[in-house]
Write a protein that binds this ligand. Structure first.
Ligand code: 5MM
Length: 344
């Protein structure tokens, strides 16, 4: 492992003013997104949609540091035969790859999941590196449900162990691991419950990363924010989310980690931007704080595109606008009234 090079890539992923496009929806998830805009999820449509984003020059060159791809996409070519990975590289962004293989029920823990995909991961990483991937992503899913008493410590430990195994294998293959332990915001829990559970999850994850000798300088963390569950009657304000998330991360994430790139987790586009902005306005943080959004970057361009070739320009404009807003938020320079203006 060359830690200096891993650190260089990790620093580039979280550089000020840029963030990561999570375009790694698996087959089932992209179908759900396409169903919502009445587009059939064929290989060609998936390619056309992602090609549209990767060719959005302003967004990709100014605001996007890296793109997380799904296995299908990393091997795909644009309509004119250019590999999609090349389009990303030509824009000056870094190609990355989702390497987990989804979740399975965790035996003995009703209602809880474990992320799978460690078998043959070393071999897969070698091929992805040859194909241009310089970082990878693995997502663990932790649910909160007071009625069923979850999460259990078992689910937290098992998932932390798998995240650390994955991260160590990535670094041995000279690939920067994005470590994503996601505490879902689907329940009716309040922000303080989210804070407590996420604290436990992050502490366990970093403990496992240390045990398995993962070099913290060569990774990026992709966490959820401390936020109210979607069904909670009392929704925390932007300021409370920002203050509690920063406090939580400061107490759990070592300063050796180059950067933190949040998932959006079902927040609206503007909420995700406002929260990131408010955190960066607090300032004096030991790591870069940026975005690695899927839905909060893509909902608008998906709607604008809606599967029609004549809408490619509109889709690119919508994507550029969201990327621009989040770029500003990553520097604490976003203002709500900028949302009304069109992309530059
Ligand atoms: C883009 O979606 C990613 C892949 O999801 P599936 O494995 O379900 O297809 C997902 O891991 C994503 O990167 C993170 O959840 C962050 O995305 P959001 O939409 O929460 O910002």
């Amino acid at each position: 492992m060359n830690l200096a090079d891993l650190n260089k890539v990790a620093q580039a992923m979280v550089q000020p003013g840029k963030g990561i496009l999570a375009a790694d929806e698996s087959g089932g998830t992209i179908k759900k997104r396409f169903d919502a805009i009445k587009v059939e999820s064929t290989e060609d449509n998936r390619r056309d949609y992602r090609e549209m984003m990767f060719r959005a020059k302003d967004a990709m060159t100014k605001y996007i540091s890296g793109v997380i791809l799904y296995d299908e996409t990393i091997w795909q070519k644009a309509k004119d035969g250019t590999p999609l990975v090349k389009l990303i590289e030509q824009a000056g962004a870094i190609p990355g790859i989702k390497v987990d293989e989804g979740t399975q029920a965790l035996p003995g823990c009703p209602g809880e999941l474990v992320t799978v995909g460690l078998d043959k991961l070393a071999e897969r990483l070698k091929k992805y590196y040859e194909q241009g991937a310089r970082f990878a992503k693995w997502r663990a899913v932790i649910d909160i449900n007071a009625a069923s008493g979850i999460p259990s410590m078992t689910a937290i430990r098992v998932n932390a162990h798998a995240l650390a195994r994955y991260a160590a294998l990535c670094q041995a293959a000279q690939i920067v691991p994005i470590v994503e332990p996601e505490v879902l915001m689907d329940g009716d829990h309040d922000i303080d419950r989210c804070y407590d559970v996420t604290t436990r999850v992050l502490n366990k994850t970093f403990q496992e990363l240390r045990v398995q000798r993962v070099a913290l300088e060569g990774m990026v963390l992709k966490p959820n924010m401390a936020i109210s569950g979607k069904k909670c009657a009392k929704q925390a304000s932007v300021e409370e989310v920002a203050e509690k998330t920063v406090r939580m991360l400061k107490s759990c994430v070592p300063a050796a980690v180059p950067g933190i790139a949040f998932l959006s987790g079902g927040q609206s586009d503007e909420e995700a931007t406002a929260h990131l902005d408010a955190m960066n306005r607090i300032g004096n943080l030991p790591w870069g704080l940026t975005f690695s959004y899927g839905r909060a970057l893509q909902a608008a361009p998906q709607k604008a595109w809606s599967g029609k070739a004549e809408n490619v320009g509109a889709g690119q404009q919508a994507f550029t606008h969201r990327a621009h807003m989040n770029s500003l938020a990553s520097k604490g320079e976003w203002k709500a009234d900028l949302e009304k203006k069109k992309a530059a």
